[in-house]
Design a binder for this molecule. Sequence first.
Ligand code: AMP
Ligand code: MG
Length: 419
Amino acid sequence: MSKFTPEPSCADPEDKNRLSIDAARARISSLVKTLDAWQQCPLRDSLNRVLHSDVISPLHVPAHNNSAMDGYAVNSRDIVNHPVRLKQVGIAFAGQPFTGEIKTGECIRIMTGGVVPPECDTIVMQEQVEAEGDWITIHKQHPQGEHVRYAGEDLKTGDIVLQAGRRIRPADLGLIASLGIAEVNVKRRLRVAFFSTGDELKSIGETLSTGQIYDSNRYTLYGMLQRLDVDLLDMGVVADDKALLRQTLSDASQQADVVITSGGVSVGDADYVKEILAELGQVDFWKIAMRPGRPLAFGQINNALFFGLPGNPVSVMVTFYQFVTLALRQLMGEDNPESLTLQVTCTDPIRKRPGRFEYQRGILSTNKHGLTQVSITGGQGSGILRSMSTANCFILLDEHCDGLPANSMVTVQPFAGLI
Ligand code: AMP
Ligand code: MG
């Protein structure tokens, strides 16, 4: 491995702006206040929204004892001795209960989901009886309660079905529908304004001159924000011009809960951006001991939270995923379980120098033995956006790591539907 040469800005423990990832997260979290505002909405519209209040079951699920199989509903006392013959006196379908009387020595035919009559306590599968006309013969012992689904087995009236803070997923929609609930209380949608900064940036449809590039950050940000189900305010590309930047930041902060910019926070640019942000609000400029994504500005402008993300396309996505998402979720009141990480073998050697935590881009796959493994996407430069497009996970490498040989165990963080 090559020898590590410290970088003055980031390896210097005296640098007051140098922050660990955890410290940055903690500072962000301490400034975020959960939204109070909420609204009632029709069930389907609640998909991807965050629950404001618990969903309580208004009924028992299932509502009645019912059959888990197609077969015969019997009383277990009648089948103690066998073989035994029972007379079939009726039939219960799902949604069409049998309402007659069942006497000793009698049974009914019952279909899956059919209500088990009060006289019966056991279901014998149709494959396990011999049927002839109105009579069936049972040849062996069946435990009492076999194949009966009991009322309230899944949920009881008054049970909390889903807790406030839950982001509603498709299974939740079904679960809520199964209780007959038509409307739920969800947090109001966040409004997030975002724009790109840089004199070199052009929008799609414009012609590039030498040295100019197309703005991609506004598109990755758009995609990631959409997945979080927020209302978006795309404010376009803003040139590196003091007056324009001041105006746009001020407009954005008056219209949105959160303002996100990309570019203009690295050392080369920071000074005049700093000046404007100091005029408009309270914003700190951090150098985080991570790669990519070292420079990050965070604070408050008017009543809006402000994130100044770095300009490099991969850095934008990494800092969004590692910091902004957490803050947006906290604002929306979403319960925030730690994102899933896995330990897997990395089939490639990993190049890294100690000093900073790295988020390298990886591809998780299943090998021919059925084991999960990860490989590196190739070039790891923070400008190589294709590495994010090819990847399906980050490979997390702590600051002490000094590179790894092929087939080492590494920790990965799957993108999990956000990126
Ligand atoms: P900056 O943080 O403004 O110094 O930008 C760092 C690098 O990211 C430069 O190479 C920029 O050209 C590039 N960059 C900044 N903003 C964007 C953007 N919106 N789309 C694509 N590349 C960008
Ligand atoms: Mg720039």
